[in-house]
Design a protein around this ligand. Structure first.
Ligand code: GDP
Length: 197
């Protein structure tokens, strides 16, 4: 897919305030600091589209971008930020659950996982929740340039093996580096295919 245009549209505090669902939508989510804004900027070919966050976890908004005037790219607020209060976390959970389960044009969720780490409970819990809600998703292992290839593939394998314990089928997965632009074309191609269906 060639990116001809990428525009910020709106930030919404809840799913009801999201734009009219008149185009297919692809959402990105993951732990705070996983590299979500950086990845969105690389995908959209625009370094400044999503803010790379200095103060993670502060804004709990659903951010819509319009790509090629044909589909929405959605930047969802990250999870697992330690300094967020219990009530803020509850609010986040409710907002995310509503968005994920009710947004009718949501085609697919990309769950970002930091490839430098061994499988984390927080990520595994989140994806099992997605499974319970029957939401189609794939995994994006980020920051691959920060480790050796061997270490990255060890962590990816460990994550997928952990999933095998409870999942019958494994989702698609991508390995990305925003520094090297690894994985960009594969993700855009994947979105293209889903848009063509
Ligand atoms: P977000 O909180 O998930 O939106 O994460 P950001 O995109 O703000 O990234 C968090 C930090 O990780 C920033 O300092 C980024 O520059 C860095 N980062 C993100 N992706 C990569 C990557 O692929 N490689 C490297 N080396 N650093 C990355």
């Amino acid at each position: 897919m060639i990116i001809k245009s990428a525009e910020y549209l709106i930030s919404s505090p809840e799913w009801e305030k999201c734009p009219v669902p008149n185009m297919p939508e692809f959402a990105f989510i993951g732990r705070s600091n996983v590299g979500k804004s950086s990845l969105i900027n690389v995908l959209a070919n625009n370094e400044k589209l999503a803010k790379t966050s200095g103060t993670p976890g502060k804004t709990q908004l659903i951010n819509h971008f319009v790509i090629n005037k044909a589909w929405y790219l959605v930047d969802l607020p990250g999870y697992g930020f330690a300094k967020v209060s219990h009530s803020q976390r509850k609010k986040w959970e409710q907002m995310i659950e509503n968005y994920l389960r009710k947004r009718e044009n949501l085609m697919h969720v990309f769950v970002l996982i930091d490839s430098r780490h061994t499988p984390q409970k927080l990520d595994l819990d989140f994806i099992s929740q997605l499974g319970q809600w029957n939401i189609p998703f794939s995994l994006v292992f980020t920051k691959a340039d920060k480790n050796s290839q061997a270490e990255t593939s060890r962590n990816v394998k460990a994550f997928l093996n952990k999933m095998r314990e409870t999942w019958q089928f494994l989702p698609a997965s991508f390995i990305t580096s925003t520094v090297k632009k690894t994985g960009r074309d594969a993700i855009l191609e994947f979105i293209d295919e889903m848009n063509a269906q």
